[in-house]
Each structure stands twice: as structure tokens, then as C-alpha cells.
Ligand binder design. Structure first.
Ligand SMILES: CC(C)(COP(=O)(O)OP(=O)(O)OC[C@H]1O[C@@H](n2cnc3c(N)ncnc32)[C@H](O)[C@@H]1OP(=O)(O)O)[C@@H](O)C(=O)NCCC(=O)NCCS
Length: 164
């Protein structure tokens, strides 16, 4: 399968399909229009927020974004990898890893030293060099897992920056 990853800002024809994926996966308590409006404005070319689309030929099969914040109580940390999604029939083929690697490379190009993410997954992000930092409380009383990725050193396992 030949996979190409493009910036949504250059291919806005994929706005609807990506918005629908994100709405179905995470946004059911919001309207579709709200999610679409957000995705439309998360499509910058040279600054965050950015959204990327994985294409198999011209068929969209996954997406990932870079946001300035994905955890309201940690405004001190930025940027964040967010909205990683692969269509069900293309999962477990490495598309998720490709999308992560692309977002990581873009954040590095922009000169950020660290990238962050939140997730409920345990054991997935470690595979591409993310380091689990801590459980953070959310406003709804649940907890979420916070990870960081060192964009400056070759070995992302050796992070030295204190996380407080
Ligand atoms: C999570 C997701 C992006 C992974 O995409 P993918 O293209 O299947 O990922 P990859 O092919 O790169 O990696 C798949 C591997 O990760 C593993 N994996 C997937 N989800 C996992 C999880 N929750 N915990 C641990 N491992 C997981 C798979 O078992 C697979 O292992 P294998 O390579 O040994 O077969 C995809 O399942 C998805 O879109 N899920 C719904 C949205 C979501 O949860 N996004 C992440 C939000 S933080």
C-alpha cells in the first residue's frame, strides 16, 4: 500500500470526512458542525494547529493533528499530538505509527523541544519512543495518561527535562 501524508490545509476537500471520523470517535456530545468548524481552523500550513491526512492513493485512511493544547490544566506544556485516528479496516498495518512519525517530524521542524499527548491507551505510544509521565486529573473526575516525546535527542528514552 502506497501511503502519502498531506497537510489538510493543502487538501481541504478531506475536511468533511476527517470531521466525521473525529466526531464519531470523540465528539458525540458536540454537534458535527462544531467539530467541523474546529478541524477547519486546525488546518494551518506553517504553524500549529496543523492536521495531517494519510492517503492510500486518493483514499483518506487516517489523520493526526498538532495542537497547542489538549489538556486544559496543563497550559504550561505545548505542543500536543492529538486526534490520531485510523479507519477500522486499515488498522494494525502501521498507519498509526506513520502518522505519529509525521507529526513528530513536523513538530521538530518547527523547533519545539518536546511534544506531548494524552491518552487512555497503555502500551501503544511507548512503541514509538513516547515516555509515560503521569496520570493527570480531568475536570470530569477521571484520569488521563500524559506522555512526552523528546524531539531533540536521537534516543527519546533519555529525557532529562523535569516534568512538574
Ligand atoms: C490507536 C490507533 C490510531 C492505532 O492505529 P494503527 O494504524 O492500528 O496503529 P499501528 O498499526 O501503527 O500499530 C498497531 C499496533 O498497536 C497496537 N495497539 C493498538 N491500539 C492499542 C492500544 N490501545 N494499546 C496497546 N496497543 C495497541 C495494535 O495491537 C498493533 O500491534 P501489532 O503491531 O503488534 O499488531 C487506531 O486503533 C485508532 O484509530 N483507534 C481509534 C482512535 C484512537 O484510539 N486514537 C488514539 C487516541 S489517543
Amino acid at each position: 500500500m502506497n501511503i502519502n501524508i498531506v497537510n489538510l490545509a493543502d487538501q481541504m476537500n478531506y475536511l468533511d470526512v476527517i470531521s466525521r471520523w473525529l466526531w464519531q470517535e470523540w465528539g458525540k456530545e458536540s454537534t458535527f458542525e462544531y467539530i467541523k468548524y474546529a478541524v477547519q481552523h486546525h488546518a494551518q500550513r506553517d504553524r500549529i494547529p496543523m492536521t495531517f491526512v494519510a492517503l492510500a492513493e486518493d483514499e483518506p485512511i487516517g489523520t493526526v493533528s498538532l495542537w497547542m493544547n489538549d489538556l486544559k490544566c496543563r497550559q504550561d506544556l505545548y505542543p500536543w499530538l492529538a486526534g490520531l485516528y485510523v479507519v477500522e479496516e486499515k488498522r494494525k498495518m502501521g498507519i498509526g505509527k506513520l502518522l505519529q512519525a509525521h507529526a513528530i517530524a513536523e513538530a521538530r521542524k518547527l523547533g519545539y523541544p518536546y511534544l506531548y499527548l494524552i491518552t487512555d491507551h497503555d502500551g501503544y505510544y511507548e512503541r514509538l519512543g513516547w515516555t509515560f509521565k503521569e496520570l493527570a486529573p480531568k475536570a470530569d473526575g477521571e484520569y488521563t495518561r500524559v506522555y512526552s516525546f523528546d524531539l531533540l535527542t536521537a534516543s527519546s528514552q533519555q529525557q532529562s527535562r523535569p516534568f512538574s
